[in-house]
Design a protein around this ligand. Structure first.
Ligand code: COA
Length: 175
């Protein structure tokens, strides 16, 4: 399985259908999915998303969501990565992060998001990266802020509902 990014504590690698059970366990947790407009996902819905990531995102864009694996234990602890969105006629790339409750509060999302942003600026022709955050999702907002994002569009409305869009611009030092 292709390893995309290594951080001190995490390895981010491409997902495969073998990750379905582990991903479905995260997606059925109401706490983990609390701020997602579509809520928890069934096993079947998770299978569809996973297949979409592998068959469409990896092939069409060369990126997508990746498995976050604890380098110490080898356990699957979440999925993080990059997601393309068509907004206002341009493709925006979102830094996405979702981790198992068991590992929250250890700085792992910040560590992953920083590395993902660095990877995106180094490999993609993007001027900026975004994060779409439910205003009540303090942890997610803090991760966005800790990787240098600031509020770009407060109260952004799309077909999924309302969220705050954070963004970080490419800087010369970001590559
Ligand atoms: C968002 C998420 C990935 C953060 O993961 P994490 O590894 O716990 O985050 P970190 O440890 O890197 O913490 C980042 C910041 O958020 C803060 N934070 C973490 N959990 C928090 C909580 N429940 N409430 C308030 N702040 C919180 C941390 O204190 C830290 O900020 P600080 O440095 O100012 O103290 C995790 O909570 C998660 O998976 N949530 C469910 C999925 C989700 O909502 N993803 C985002 C969708 S946009």
């Amino acid at each position: 399985m292709r390893v995309v990014i290594r951080t001190d504590r995490l390895l981010l690698r491409e997902l495969s259908m073998d990750d379905l059970d582990a991903l479905a366990a995260l997606y059925r947790d109401p706490e983990v999915r609390r701020y997602f407009p579509d809520g928890t996902r069934t096993y079947e819905q998770t299978r569809e998303e996973l297949a979409w990531v592998i068959d469409v995102y990896y092939r069409r864009y060369g990126y997508g969501l990746w498995a976050a694996v604890d380098r110490g234990t080898g356990s699957f602890v979440g999925r993080c990565g990059l997601l393309p969105w068509e907004i206002g006629g341009r493709t925006e790339v979102e830094v996405a992060y979702l981790l198992d409750r068991a590992v929250w509060g250890r700085g792992l999302a910040t560590e992953a998001a920083l590395a993902i942003a660095g990877h995106a600026f180094a490999t993609l022709p993007v001027d900026r990266l975004i994060a779409m955050v439910d205003p009540a999702n303090t942890a997610s907002r803090r991760v966005a802020e800790k990787i240098g994002m600031t509020l770009l569009w407060p109260g952004f409305v799309d077909e999924y509902g309302t969220c705050d869009v954070y963004a970080v611009q490419r800087t010369p030092s970001a590559g």
